[in-house]
Design a protein around this ligand. Structure first.
Ligand code: GLN
Length: 502
């Protein structure tokens, strides 16, 4: 692809900035003011991808021609004087477990390596309706199972802050792309932390909305009672902007709540006067790095200085969420992944002598080790004789965890915790230690169990690697989360720091 030489930078606040380094809000203002065309914006970001992809490796599939066509279409509308929305012409990356019509959707699995969906996920449809410019599909852990993106069947993604480190997972490609300015916005999915943990590791903002806030139609299912789609962005304002576009009821997803969607950008006010913050002590255990917890406590102090109150609290069942998740998520996954049998979707083995052998071989050749591991655990937990002892019991404990949250909302408006116990680890460091790898999600998993919303955002650095703060809110109260996050962001410069990638 050849890029035209164009004006790929502009003045922002008196400083000359490359277009690719901007937030959606900044870029949108320039596009609306006709200071920059959508093609110029797209070319700037596509040029950035070309310059960095060899080192960062965020994308499984790039769609530059389609992106430029979409950008030109928006430019024509603007030239014709038609009104366009705030996402019009904004380059966005889509995680490769969202169905995209005509563009292959791999889930980073060999079993779907060449699968081209005949339809768009509802969120993709909404992005197209908002006239966002889709740049391509980002890398992930196979079927979103993992915490480092090392489980991708194709290649590893590198953390833009330190290329020797993981970007987190499973939405590691999206988080790395946002951090490296290889997109302006990105989407992710979160079953046990897959938006928030990579957001934390890459120093960007990500929200897992309330279960049911965003349609999951066309999101390839991992664990359907936990999966939720959400944005990954450069700051809190962009996160609210993208939520406006993707949230809301969808007749194609019976779990998408039929509730009105507020304008989340109205919550972008620096005001936490009277906000009651709970600090659940159980989230500060489990191998917590003292520098991570210190940074989170400083963030809490900053909010208290701004008028909030904070109090330590206890949520006694949080310690059980980890084992419960690793019963429930694999159980649901084993059922969801039964559809990949070589018949209707994806890879089919070429050598077999019976139908059963065809199923077996196709699945054996197509799935990677982590996915097989989870299918086996899930199948076991759901088997006759074990169902009551494992699956049913785990469901009961899940209710107890949810009740811990219900009780917390009687006294608090938000809960503040670290997003992950440590900063990003080195590639390969935990590959042979699955338990340590999975512990990267101890602070995020309880949130999916309860179905509540939570946002991750940067709150400091340790040895040049970002530290993540997690803000958990009441069900369907993303607004209070955004208000808290925006207020904190106004007090800090963390979100303005960029990795040193030339
Ligand atoms: N890391 C967790 C897991 O491996 C969560 C993944 C996710 O949220 N998709 O299951």
């Amino acid at each position: 692809m050849r890029l035209r030489r164009a004006r790929l930078f502009a003045h922002i606040g008196g400083i000359m900035s490359e277009l690719y380094s901007m937030t959606a809000r900044q870029l949108s203002a320039l596009i609306a003011g006709k200071k920059v065309s959508c093609r110029e914006a797209a070319e700037s970001v596509l040029g950035r991808i070309e310059a960095l992809e060899d080192r960062v490796k965020s994308y499984i599939t790039r769609t530059p021609e389609m992106a430029l066509e979409q950008a030109d279409a928006v430019d024509r509308k603007i030239a014709a004087g038609e009104p366009v929305g705030p996402l019009a012409g904004i380059p966005i990356a889509v995680k490769d477990n969202f169905c995209t019509k005509g563009v292959r959707t791999t889930c980073a699995s060999k079993i779907l390596a060449n699968w081209v969906p005949p339809y768009d996920a509802t969120v993709v449809t909404r992005l197209k309706e908002a006239q966002a410019v889709i740049l391509g599909k980002t890398n992930l852990d196979e079927f979103a199972m993992g915490s480092s993106t090392e489980n991708s069947a194709f290649f590893q993604t590198h953390n833009p802050w330190d290329l020797a480190c993981v970007p987190g997972g499973s939405s590691g490609g999206s988080a790395a792309a946002v951090a490296a300015d290889e997109c302006i916005l990105a989407t992710g999915s979160d079953t046990g932390g897959s938006i928030r943990q990579p957001a934390a590791f890459c120093g960007v903002v990500g929200i897992k909305p309330t279960y049911g806030r965003v349609s999951r139609y066309g999101l390839v299912a991992f664990a359907s009672s936990l999966d939720q789609i959400g944005p990954l962005t450069k700051d809190v304002s962009d996160c609210a902007l993208l939520m406006n576009a993707i949230a809301g009821h969808d007749p194609k997803d019976s779990t998408a709540a039929p509730l009105p969607v507020p304008d989340y950008t109205k919550s972008l006010v620096p005001d936490v006067e009277g906000l009651r913050i709970g600090v659940p002590k159980e989230f500060f255990a489990h191998g917590m790095d003292p520098e991570v917890s210190a940074a989170v406590r400083r963030a809490i102090d900053a909010l208290v200085e701004s008028g909030a109150s904070a109090e330590e609290t206890s949520m006694p069942h949080i310690g059980y969420t980890f084992p419960v998740y690793y019963i429930l998520a694999p159980s649901e996954a084993s059922s969801n992944l039964a559809r990949y049998d070589g018949v209707r979707f994806g890879h089919r083995a070429s050598d077999y002598d019976s139908m059963i052998r065809m199923f077996e071989r196709s699945r054996d050749e197509g799935f990677g080790p982590e996915v097989k591991h989870r299918i086996m655990i899930g199948t076991y937990a759901l088997s006759a004789g074990y169902y009551d002892a494992y699956y049913l019991k785990a469901l009961k404990v899940r209710t107890l965890v949810k009740q811990d949250f219900d009780r917390a909302w009687e006294r608090f408006d938000v809960l503040l915790t670290p997003t992950s116990p440590t900063v990003a680890f080195r590639l390969g460091e935990k590959a042979d230690d699955p338990l340590q790898m999975k512990l990267a999600d101890v602070c995020t998993i309880p949130v999916n169990m309860a179905g509540v919303p939570a946002l991750a955002m940067p709150c400091g650095f340790q040895n040049g690697l970002p530290i993540g703060l997690q803000i958990i809110g009441r069900p369907f109260d993303e607004e209070t989360i955004f208000r808290t996050a925006y207020t904190y962001e106004q007090h800090t410069e963390w979100h303005k720091q960029k990795p040193n990638l030339k």
